[in-house]
Design a protein around this ligand. Sequence first.
Ligand SMILES: Nc1ncnc2c1ncn2[C@@H]1O[C@H](COP(=O)(O)OP(=O)(O)OP(=O)(O)O)[C@@H](O)[C@H]1O
Ligand SMILES: [Mg+2]
Length: 325
Amino acid sequence: MSRSTAAAEQVDFRTLRDRAAHVERIQFGAGAQIVCDNLVKIYKIAELEVVALQGLDLVVQQGEFIAIVGASGSGKSTLLSILGGLDVPSAGRAVVAGFDLLNMDAKERTRYRRQVIGFVWQQTARNLLPYLTAMENVELPMILEGQPRDLRRARALELLELVGLAQRADHRPDRLSGGEQQRVAIAVALANSPSVLLADEPTGELDTRTSTEVFGVLRSVAEDLNVTVVVVTHDPLVSGQVNRTVAIRDGRTSSETLRRTELNVEGEHQVIAEEFAVLDRAGRLQLPREYVTALELERRVRLDLESDHISVWPDRERDGDEEPR
Ligand SMILES: Nc1ncnc2c1ncn2[C@@H]1O[C@H](COP(=O)(O)OP(=O)(O)OP(=O)(O)O)[C@@H](O)[C@H]1O
Ligand SMILES: [Mg+2]
């Protein structure tokens, strides 16, 4: 195991400091569509405080399609309702499409919800009005924005075509399948051309085949319309569709799985998925639970800097060294 003293002596600290100062000047997440920096959300019920998000960092670029996964209660819906402007963070920074979500007045918040964000809920019934046809449901958000009739019609038809349901334009929700209702809901969410589409468990009530169709539509929304799509899901099917899966644990982003397509030696497209631990700006990272368990890591670990990686050691060996003689 190498000791880093010799290497440290050779380091030019002035160069390192200059480099660090430059990095500080470029703001975290600059140019991204969604930036959450050390985001905290505390719910207070009477005397009880629940910390739903505890210093969450997340950066999403425009046109990305990402999935948020995590155990029940990890903070996924909390994050989505903050991004959707439905809930206000307690501390930290959250900026979406240039809107600062911690410092918006009521008027800005309404404009943000109507023009910047589209939302799709898990419950099909929550997304659509039952007494309006698919077409009328898609037109409704545009009526609220005062769009003229012709423009509304044309846009609604275009969106129903995008989700593959132009032929169902005159159907009411009760004459559409669950998957079709969710696809209409996506069209409704896109009516006012939002920059960001948020979906909380959109396939939670659907079967496998129908879920795949809904994820396919979400993917084309990101790819063809350059809309940023963030979907919260328990559905393992989503992994094949998104660019990136972000796992949340205890109110923090803990790992990210990136997916890219490469040509293999036979010239076929092959999907490569690679999981990364998330390193926050303070240098903290969360070790996967199974790694911690496998080595019975507890309380503290020893770190060794190698030339191209860092080793993490259980404290036991050192404990042994320090045993009184
Ligand atoms: N309005 C609220 N008031 C009080 N506590 C809340 C509220 N909303 C969420 N919480 C709490 O915050 C934590 C995170 O909840 P959240 O709904 O974000 O989890 P989730 O990851 O979406 O879970 P699930 O997969 O079950 O939907 C939980 O402990 C929850 O009980
Ligand atoms: Mg939830």
